[in-house]
Structure formats: structure tokens, C-alpha cells
Design a protein around this ligand. Structure first.
Ligand code: UT7
Length: 322
């Protein structure tokens, strides 16, 4: 059985944090942040608002904006997140409990900013296996709770948000073959520590905050993502010109521009959420989709290439038809 994305929903906290918010905390300024990252503002969750709350709100928004769609019959929930409320229970189980969904498989995916796309690929596999028919795939993060506000190279990047896709069985092929992979040798270049103070035998800062070697990740992202776009097109026997839109994870506008330039693909077909929401990790792709959808850009029949990348360093990409 094939699968399709039936609907998308998102949630972003109401608290807007403009670039100037950082000016009295670290040595930075609005011009530097906009010119080096493309970010104008981001959203921060309330102190008592956690990733599971944002997952629930994204699903509620999907339901509110898509009359006729219900969560009845959802048989699997996948949540991409690296900022779960706690290690267990999973965020997926908390969504299951909120909506009182019986007989629903629940699993969190720890693939950093690629988590949402990993979820789509896994949902396609569950449906193709014939064991499942209706899967909620979420990407949700409260990065503001894990940010080191003394590190000016990273703290200006992150924001909070959530997105969800309802994936259902379909007669027609609407979610094409995906690509996944990881280069674990880069573990220390982007990490959020928990118990251990060593990654790949190398010392890390065990302060429970996000750390990244921005330059290394930037270079890896541009090189690898350009290759993966070509690979995705090749395995699906598609040409670049057949894509209506590309949604690369919104980590930095300059990464997106560099990949577009490398592929010779028009920048106005690269959909992003970086300007309004910053880097929201696994939530960035559904947030970009939702912004474009509400702007009237995405139309039925459009083909969209989705490609997430992040801590691991890992990546996942897939082409979908709306
Ligand atoms: O989502 C997961 C994947 N993550 C990514 O893909 C992130 C990839 N990396 C990046 O987005 C960029 O590397 C950063 C935005 C993190 C940094 O941008 P950059 O253009 O690579 O800056 P840089 O590290 O080369 O720093 C350039 C200069 C430095 O000053 P000097 O040494 O040239 O005097 C930094 O100290 O900018 C300085 N700088 C800042 N200045 C003002 C670094 N951070 C700031 C800041 N405000 N916030």
C-alpha cells in the first residue's frame, strides 16, 4: 500500500523573541544575526510549557484547520524530538494519552533536526508493511530550555515550535522513496549532553546544553545536502525541474542559499521558516510547509522535496506529492 500526507498542523508559542533581546546579554547585534543566519525572530515556550504540550497543540491545530479530519483510527504516533519533557514516558505516549487513542504504537525518534523526515519515511514503511493505516508524524522542540545563553555562536539560533503530518494509506504513490544516513564521526560537532562526558572517546561539556562547531556543521551540511538532493531525484527517476518546492531544514539561510546555488535551483522555490522562527530543529520543515501553504504557494499536485539534517550528524530526505 502507498501512503500520502493528508494534512499538516503546526504550533508556535506566542512569546516572540526579536534579535535585540540578545543585545544586553551577549556581544551581538541584529545586523550580524540577520546577515549571518537570516533569523529575525524566534519563539520561546513558557517556563511551564513543554514539548508534549506543543505536540498536543499542533495536533489540535491540524484538526481545527482541517474540518472532517479526525484522529479516530490513528494506529501509530512518531515524534521526532531531542528536547523531550523527560526520557520516559515518550512524547508519543503523552499524545496518545491526551487524545485517548486505543491500540496506537508510540515511539519517539532521536534524529535531531532530521527527526520529522525520519518519521515520514518510517510511517511510509509501516503503511507499506500493511500493518498500519493512519500515522501521526510530529517534529517538536523546546530548544530554548537547552540553550547555553553564554555561547553567542549558538544561542542566537534556536527557537521553539512543533509540527505534525497526518500520513494515511493511499492508492496512489504520494510519498516516494527516501534517503537516510549518518556520519557518527561528527558526534562532537553537535551535541546535547546528558549523563556521559565523552563522545567518540572525546571529552564534551556535560552541562546539558546544546553545543555545536558551527563552521564544521555548515560545511558538512552544504556538501552533503546538495549530494542528497541529487540522490533523492535519481532513485525516484525525477529531474530537479519536476520539483515544485524544496524544504531543507531551516538551520541557517546561508546554508539554504548555498545548496540552492550548488544545485542551480531558484532560491524562491526553497521554502524556509528561518526568518520567523529561527532554527526549530525537527519542527522547522512542517513550519516551513505551513507558512508556504498559508501564503497560497503549495498547491494540490505539487511535488516537494523535504530534507532534514542535524546532530549525529544525521540526515533524512524524501519527496512527497501533495
Ligand atoms: O540545526 C542543526 C545544524 N546546525 C547548523 O547547520 C549550523 C551551521 N552553522 C552556522 O549556522 C554558522 O556557522 C553560525 C551561525 C553558527 C556561525 O556563523 P559563521 O558565519 O560560521 O560565523 P563564524 O563562527 O565564522 O564567526 C564569524 C565571526 C567571529 O568573529 P572573528 O573571529 O571573525 O572576529 C565570531 O566570533 O563572528 C563572530 N560571532 C558573532 N558576532 C556577533 C559569532 N557569533 C556572533 C554573534 N554576534 N552572535
Amino acid at each position: 500500500m502507498n501512503s500520502k500526507i493528508t494534512a499538516i498542523g503546526v504550533y508556535a508559542p506566542s512569546k516572540i523573541i526579536p534579535n535585540d533581546w540578545f543585545a544586553d546579554k551577549i556581544e551581538t547585534n541584529n545586523e550580524w544575526i540577520i546577515s549571518r543566519t537570516g533569523i529575525k525572530e524566534r519563539r520561546f515556550s513558557e517556563p511551564d510549557e513543554y514539548t508534549s504540550d506543543m505536540c498536543v497543540k499542533a495536533v489540535q491545530n491540524l484538526l481545527a484547520e482541517n474540518p472532517g479530519i479526525t484522529v479516530d483510527g490513528v494506529d501509530f504516533i512518531l515524534v521526532g524530538t531531542t528536547t523531550a519533557d523527560q526520557v520516559m514516558p515518550s512524547m508519543a505516549s503523552q499524545v496518545q494519552n491526551y487524545f485517548k487513542l486505543p491500540n496506537t504504537g508510540c515511539l519517539d525518534i532521536m534524529a535531531a533536526c532530521a527527526g520529522f523526515v525520519y518519521g515520514l519515511i518510517l510511517a511510509k514503511g509501516l503503511i507499506a508493511a500493511g500493518t498500519h493505516k493512519k500515522v501521526l508524524v510530529l517534529g517538536a522542540e523546546t530548544l530554548s530550555k537547552f540553550t547555553d545563553y553564554t555561547d553567542r555562536t549558538s544561542c542566537i539560533l534556536f527557537g521553539d515550535g512543533a509540527g505534525v503530518a497526518l500520513v494515511e494509506a493511499s492508492e496512489k504513490l504520494k510519498i516516494f522513496s527516501g534517503v537516510t544516513g549518518s556520519d557518527g564521526s561528527h558526534g562532537k560537532d553537535l551535541y546535547l549532553s546528558q549523563h556521559a562526558s565523552v563522545v567518540n572517546g572525546e571529552q564534551i561539556d556535560p552541562n546539558g546544553k546544546i553545543h555545536q562547531n558551527g563552521k564544521v556543521v555548515f560545511k558538512w551540511a552544504v556538501q552533503t545536502m546538495s549530494q542528497k538532493v541529487r540522490e533523492l531525484l535519481s532513485i525516484n527517476h525525477l529531474e530537479l525541474e519536476q520539483l515544485d518546492w524544496v524544504i531543507l531544514h531551516s538551520a541557517n539561510l546561508r546554508i539554504i542559499e548555498a545548496v540552492a546555488s550548488e544545485l542551480n535551483y531558484p532560491m524562491d522555490k526553497m521554502l524556509t521558516s528561518i526568518e520567523q522562527f529561527g532554527n526549530t530543529s525537527s519542527a522547522s520543515i512542517p513550519l516551513s510547509w505551513d507558512l508556504a501553504s498559508k501564503a497560497g504557494k503549495i498547491k494540490p499536485g505539487n511535488k516537494i522535496l523535504l530534507l532534514g539534517f542535524g546532530g549525529g550528524l544525521t540526515y533524512a530526505g524524501v519527496i512527497v506529492e501533495v
